[in-house]
Design a binder for this molecule. Structure first.
Ligand code: 8ID
Ligand code: ZN
Length: 349
């Protein structure tokens, strides 16, 4: 009962818009599965991809999306790790070579042959999507697919970023861009990991969302008179957060983080504003022993751990769900910075 044609949102030229149309359903190769995507989260990365923001070309035409939660409906003859009927997730890492030095050390996001869902291969903004079986996320049967979808990129990425920061329970983390999709998840993972979370974003609605999700403090970058002082004051001893997780889609907060991170603290860069440069004074970086790192999605183990936090009920991020046909409207809101939390699209509508 797998149809020949399906509905998809297709980017036909750089800059978009997405075109809602019928396209053929593909057949999985020997090491691949075909997933009937039920729900897909909409990540700011999908908008960057459509706009051509980054120095890495996408395929074209392109079906975006990399937070796809659904059911395995077909598999290739070499696939043993997943069965038809299993719940599975399409994530950013669609596949990797599994043989290079990075893959061998479970750093598969760094694989030079990595396939990226919704970027170099078609992703989850369609009803049937393909992924390499070795890389699909295994979604526990008890998890609701609609709320699980955003875990598949936003959840994994912020969980990995928090681990990369080296913060320990009881310590303090500043989350920049806390009102957005990754940020909302980051507040909840930080709480679940026993951290103090200081949320930074703009506007009252995002502030309310951050507080409801469990942030201990909210600093509004649009109204504060002294952001650095306010962030430091929000930490229990006034010395600044042990880690800063940068999720914002603008360059300025990347520069500001050095001024309020605690001495010996770690700045984790995750957000990918177009053309941005990181700037930090060498003097402060040296004499305050500051670490600055990038963090890029997560590996297969990070994926299963992030899903396990979710399955245990520790991550409750509210979502807004609309039909897949409404994807362009979601992008328009995202472009204006108006989205609080995460939008999810229902591929049946
Ligand atoms: O693996 C990775 N590194 C990875 C994985 C997934 C996503 C990186 N990303 C990148 C995306 O490509 C995007 O650049 O992370 C970024 C955030 O993705 P998102 O959470 O899906 O975007 P969003 O929902 O639009 O949230 C961004 C938030 O940043 C705030 C906005 O108000 C919004 O809530 N923000 C901005 I723009 N400027 C800010 C500032 N100066 C700010 N918050 C605080 N201070
Ligand atoms: Zn993403």
């Amino acid at each position: 009962e797998i149809p020949e044609q399906q509905w998809a949102q297709v980017v036909e030229k750089k800059g978009g818009p997405v075109v809602f149309k019928q396209i053929p359903v593909q057949k999985p190769g020997p090491d691949e599965v075909l997933i009937n995507v039920k729900y897909s989260g909409v990540c700011h990365t999908d908008l960057h991809a459509m706009k051509g923001d980054w120095p890495l070309a996408t395929k074209m035409p392109l079906v975006g999306g990399h937070e796809g939660a659904g059911v395995v409906v077909a598999k290739g003859e070499l696939v043993t790790e997943v069965e038809v009927g299993d719940h599975a997730g399409i994530k950013w890492l669609n596949g990797s070579c599994l043989a290079c030095s990075f893959c061998m050390q479970a750093d598969e996001p760094l694989c030079p042959h990595a396939l990226l869902s919704g970027y170099t291969v078609d992703g989850s903004f369609q009803q049937y999507a393909i992924a390499k079986a070795a890389h699909v996320a295994k979604i526990p049967k008890g998890c609701d697919l609609e709320t699980t979808a955003p875990v598949l990129c936003a959840g994994i990425t912020v969980y990995k970023g928090l681990k990369e920061s080296g913060v320990r329970p009881g310590q303090c983390v500043a989350i920049v861009g806390a009102g957005g999709g990754l940020g909302s998840m980051a507040i909840q993972y930080a709480n679940a990991m026993g951290l103090h979370a200081i949320a930074i974003d703009g506007g009252e609605e995002k502030g309310k969302n951050c507080r409801e999700l469990g942030a201990q403090a909210y600093v509004d970058f649009t109204t504060t008179k002294d952001l650095v002082a306010d962030v430091k004051a929000a930490t229990p001893d006034g010395l600044g957060p042990h880690a800063v997780i940068l999720l914002a889609v603008s360059e300025k907060p990347f520069h500001q983080a050095v001024d309020y991170v605690r001495s010996r603290g770690t700045i984790i860069c995750i957000g990918l504003p177009a053309g941005a440069k990181f700037q930090a004074p060498v003097f402060d970086t040296v004499i305050r022993m500051i670490t600055i790192k990038g963090s890029y999605v997560g590996n297969r183990q990070d994926t299963q751990e992030a899903l396990d936090f979710f399955a245990r009920g520790l991550i409750k991020v509210p979502i807004k769900t609309v039909g897949l046909s409404k994807l362009q409207e979601v992008y328009d809101l995202m472009e204006e910075g108006k989205i609080v939390g995460r939008y999810v699209v229902d591929t049946s509508k």
